[in-house]
Design a protein around this ligand. Structure first.
Ligand code: SF4
Length: 464
């Protein structure tokens, strides 16, 4: 009997992509492949791509360059490129990297094994669909059938696509309009995940708090979803990403406040603090409205941690407009933030504003000033937690030392802590007393173990 082929999956981009990679792993395992330990050992390397930022393209083609070297040493190795960039660039992927064997898009993940087999005999295959293929639909392969490397935490896609038209974003044209999965299906799926030992679920969508708008005009389905998943026995932590500030409604805040399983964590992308820039971005809110919603969320939800996204150097951004962003950031006191330098994505409205692009040196200076303000805010927020004892879900040994464990609080804070004698297994729930704050982490000491892990064995997979 011949040895089964091995695979590795490399993921660029967001959590939606990471979850798609888990689903891809499910398809490949079902087709008889087994997981490789390293790219070098893999017979098949699947690269799941992102197209949101320019450096995602650069990262992809640089990684494909590395794979070219491996393929020269092992000519039978197959390389497949899927995801958003493949969906957008189609034939261009093979034109730029002609050693790639298969190109597939966001709508046909299930086709990857078939295309890989066909490529063995017929040469390179490109298959991009413009609408979801039923076999690849999330409903056909829900989170249940995905292969999770972290068995106690699962992503659950509640909605695909986006109905908004932010000027900098390529997602609506790549992923299409919003399609929400039926609420009852999601609740059943979450129940099954709980039965498998999953204790933490992250609900995924491009604009989660408009979830259900395409199913019924009888909103608010998203808050109903939070409440219903929150009643499932065994689900201890629910997070979600990403909401759009314009669609954050009082009923969502209420559901978060009154559903104990929903974590005290809100990601609320600001993007800019300048009303002129927000208008040019087509974000649908003003800085004042954003701050009102933020205040309402903090007033309604106890001990809420808030994170955000900010873009520096959107076309036409003046010094005054940037300073408006700094002022909003200083007022908002974020717990953490993803900061981006504007990069034009071909096909977006913002990419056409070439004559208004901000000079690189100006952007770099603004970026550094923004990071300095944010860093003060992150540190302050973490310092407020020193001396407290908090619930931490154990993720495993810290990257810096095997003697120290890492985990997350209900606010999503990264905590490094000293374990008790005898150690702790991943997926355990403990309390930790915090004694030190950094900008991006807390340090603490184990106080008590609330429970051990609920999941079965951890499966080592090369999905990263
Ligand atoms: S809300 Fe805006 S930024 Fe988010 S996916 Fe939709 S268009 Fe893109």
């Amino acid at each position: 009997m011949s040895k089964p082929k091995t695979f590795a999956i490399r993921t660029f981009g967001c959590q939606m992509n990471e979850h798609d990679s888990e689903r891809l792993a499910g398809f490949l395992l079902a087709d008889g492949l087994v997981a490789a330990r390293r790219d070098e050992d893999a017979d098949v390397v699947v690269v799941n791509t992102c197209t949101i930022r320019e450096n995602a393209d650069l990262k992809l083609y640089s990684f494909l360059g590395q794979l070219k070297g491996l393929k020269e040493e092992n000519p039978s190795m197959q390389i497949a490129v899927g995801g958003c960039l493949a969906q957008k660039d189609r034939d261009d992927v093979l034109r730029k990297a002609n050693w790639v064997d298969v190109v597939f898009g966001t709508h046909n993940l299930a086709s990857a094994p078939r295309l890989l087999r066909k490529a063995e005999t017929d040469g390179p295959q490109i298959e991009i669909l413009d609408a979801p293929d039923p076999e690849s639909a999330i409903d056909a392969v829900p989170a249940l059938n995905a292969v999770r490397e972290i068995p106690w935490a699962a992503w659950m896609t509640i909605q695909t696509g986006c109905d908004n038209s932010c000027a900098f974003c390529i997602v609506p044209s790549v992923r299409g309009g919003e399609i929400s999965r039926p609420l009852d299906d999601l609740v059943v799926e979450a129940q099954r995940l709980a039965e498998q030992g999953v204790t933490e679920i992250t609900l995924l969508g491009q604009n989660v708090n408009s979830y259900g708008r395409d199913i019924t005009k009888r909103s608010p389905l998203f808050s109903e979803l939070l409440r219903r998943v929150g009643t499932i026995e065994g689900i201890e932590r629910i997070r979600y990403t990403s909401p759009h500030p314009k669609d954050l409604r009082p009923d969502t805040i209420d559901a978060m406040a009154h559903t104990p399983a929903v974590c005290n964590q809100l990601h609320l992308p600001l993007q800019s603090g300048s009303n002129d820039i927000l208008r040019a971005m087509r974000r649908g809110y003003t800085a004042e409205r954003y701050l009102e919603k933020l205040a309402a969320a903090r007033a309604g939800i106890d001990d809420l941690a808030v994170t955000t996204d900010i873009i520096v150097g959107f076309p036409g951004e003046t010094e005054t407009q940037f300073e408006e962003t700094l002022a909003v950031v200083a007022e908002a006191n974020f717990d953490n933030a993803y900061t981006f330098i504007f990069s034009p994505r071909p096909g977006t409205r913002a990419a056409a504003l070439v004559d208004q692009f901000v000079a690189d040196d100006v952007i770099k200076d603004r970026f550094a000033r923004l990071v300095a303000v944010l860093d003060r805010s992150f540190l302050k927020k973490h310092e407020e937690r020193v001396g407290r004892t908090e619930e931490v879900l154990v993720e495993g040994p810290s990257r810096k030392s095997a003697d120290v464990l890492s985990g997350r609080t209900r606010q999503g804070k990264l905590v490094h802590f000293t374990p008790p004698d005898g150690g702790l297994r991943d997926g355990s729930l403990v309390t930790v007393s915090m004694y030190h704050a950094g900008r991006h982490h807390l340090m603490g000491t184990h106080v008590a173990t609330l429970r051990g892990p609920k999941h079965r064995v951890r499966i080592p997979l090369l999905i990263s």
